[in-house]
Design a protein around this ligand. Structure first.
Ligand SMILES: [Zn+2]
Length: 105
């Protein structure tokens, strides 16, 4: 498996990255239940922090939406986050995801 922060290869089920020290909680959560919307939101936020290109973040948001059982709530959340998310890359990712799922953006 690859480190969630630096991308370097780690042994399977590593809790910490031996290269950069990052905890691998998200990948652990993903292994436990890949259908959890909150896990994919976390991955989207991490991707938006790491990469100025928001493609990976918006795709993670689309996966989160896909697994979401309350689509209207997801769209409402994405709409709110597209305006008040922590950074501009994340706002962009939420806008891109909204466009693809037919939200109001
Ligand atoms: Zn790492």
């Amino acid at each position: 498996m690859a480190c969630v922060a630096c991308g370097k290869e780690l042994t399977a089920y590593a809790k910490f990255c031996r290269h950069c020290g990052a905890t691998q909680a998200l990948s652990a959560a993903l292994r436990l239940d890949p259908r959890r919307t909150s896990t994919w939101i976390g991955i989207a936020e991490l991707a938006a922090q790491r990469d100025p290109n928001t493609t990976a973040a918006s795709l993670a948001l689309l996966i989160a939406y896909e697994w979401s059982t309350a689509k209207e709530k997801a769209i409402a959340y994405y709409t709110a986050q597209s305006e008040k998310a922590a950074n501009s890359q994340l706002k962009t990712a939420y806008k891109q995801a909204l466009t693809r799922v037919g939200g109001t953006q």
